[in-house]
Design a protein around this ligand. Structure first.
Ligand code: NAG
Ligand code: NAG
Length: 341
């Protein structure tokens, strides 16, 4: 491999710089900005570290587009017309650290698009039309520290994708039509843990369903997902004990919201189970009240009976023991009274 690079270097020392670009040999930077390019220029100097291709009309990246420049560290393709990225587009860029693809027309990404970039640290996919991200960005993406998917058309994001980026420090989610239904619980839990570990994010603002529009995902209480299918919600919720007080405080609020909600998808938290459980609760309270009332009445009856019995007994005793008592009292009283007089 090194030998081939050496031959390429020799060839390009003769060929020089592509016509529409400026090649700075000391900084090993090639500047091809604002040139109306429609493809990656060929005959790039092989020692290039920084390649600036922004503000062009590049719409296609060939399989072998960068094989001539294996040492690239920074590749800026922002503000172009790239709509499709083949999985081999960045093949051979073993040293690439920064890849800027912002302001393009990308709508789909393949699983292995970034697999060949083991050193990649910053990936900017903002301002595209991405509808879906794959479960992973590739096998070798463990060095990514910054990921931006701002200004796309993402409705959801698989938690597995984020978990495959253990060194992530900054993740930007802004301006996507995030769907805050059952699917989002995994993402919410991941984001909470990410922020707790000191990660930086601009957060997720819900777009749908209607009653959560404009709400910060982190502030949508877990109680909202009480009616989600077990796999989506309860397994996660079982592990979240510290949010219990949050659920309770928002319980009343939730009932009102859920009732006003029209559920479209199967995964939408359903509003029906909750009034049923509420009715159960009311029934329980009523039954408990009735039982308590009966017990109270019985106790009252027992008390009344007890008092009456005691009164009768006392009366009986007074009538039968009266003479002895009457005899004794004046006797005790007399000396006392005389001493006072
Ligand atoms: C994007 O590139 C076009 C030329 O292709 C240029 O006219 C425009 O100003 C650029 N936009 C930004 C925001 O740089
Ligand atoms: C991250 O980069 C280092 C070199 O800086 C490399 O040795 C390592 O294999 C990379 N890790 C992953 C997971 O790709």
């Amino acid at each position: 491999l090194k030998h081939t690079h050496y031959i390429i270097v020799l060839r390009h020392m003769v060929c020089g710089c592509p016509k529409k670009c400026l090649c700075h040999s000391t900084s090993k930077t090639v500047d091809c900005r604002n040139q109306g390019l429609v493809e990656i220029p060929s005959h790039l100097p092989p020692e290039t570290l920084i390649l600036q291709l922004q503000n062009n009309h590049i719409w296609r990246i060939n399989q072998d587009a960068f094989t001539e420049t294996p040492f690239l560290k920074i590749l800026d393709l922002s503000n172009n017309s790239v709509s499709n990225l083949s999985s081999g587009a960045f093949k051979g860029l073993h040293y690439l650290q920064v890849l800027n693809l912002t302001k393009n027309l990308i709508h789909k990404l393949e699983n292995k698009t970034f697999s060949s970039l083991p050193q990649l640290k910053e990936l900017d996919l903002s301002s595209n039309s991405i509808l879906n991200l794959p479960e992973t960005l590739g096998n070798n993406t463990g060095n990514i520290t910054l990921l931006s998917v701002e200004y796309n058309k993402l409705q959801r994001l698989d938690r597995l994708l984020l978990e495959s980026l253990p060194n992530l420090k900054v993740v930007l989610f802004k301006d996507n039509p995030w769907q805050c239904n059952c699917h989002v619980i995994g993402l919410k839990l991941w984001l909470e843990s990410f922020l707790y570990r000191g990660g930086i994010s601009d957060g997720i603002i819900c777009s749908t369903p209607e009653n959560r529009k404009g709400k910060d995902l982190l502030k949508v209480p877990y109680e909202m997902y009480g009616a989600c299918p077990p796999t989506a919600a309860h397994v996660h919720l079982a592990n979240v004990h510290h949010h219990n007080s949050e659920y309770r405080s928002s319980l009343k609020h939730t009932h009102l919201n859920e009732n006003g909600e029209s559920s479209h998808s199967d995964c939408e938290p359903k509003s029906k189970p909750r009034p049923v459980s509420l009715r159960h609760a009311i029934a329980t309270v009523v039954i408990t009240g009735v039982v308590c009332g009966i017990v109270c009445l019985m106790m009252l009856a027992a008390a009344v009976y007890g008092c009456t019995y005691a009164a009768i007994t006392a009366k009986y005793h007074r009538e039968h023991l009266a003479p002895t008592t009457e005899q004794r009292v004046p006797e005790g009283k007399e000396p006392f009274d005389s001493s006072l007089a």
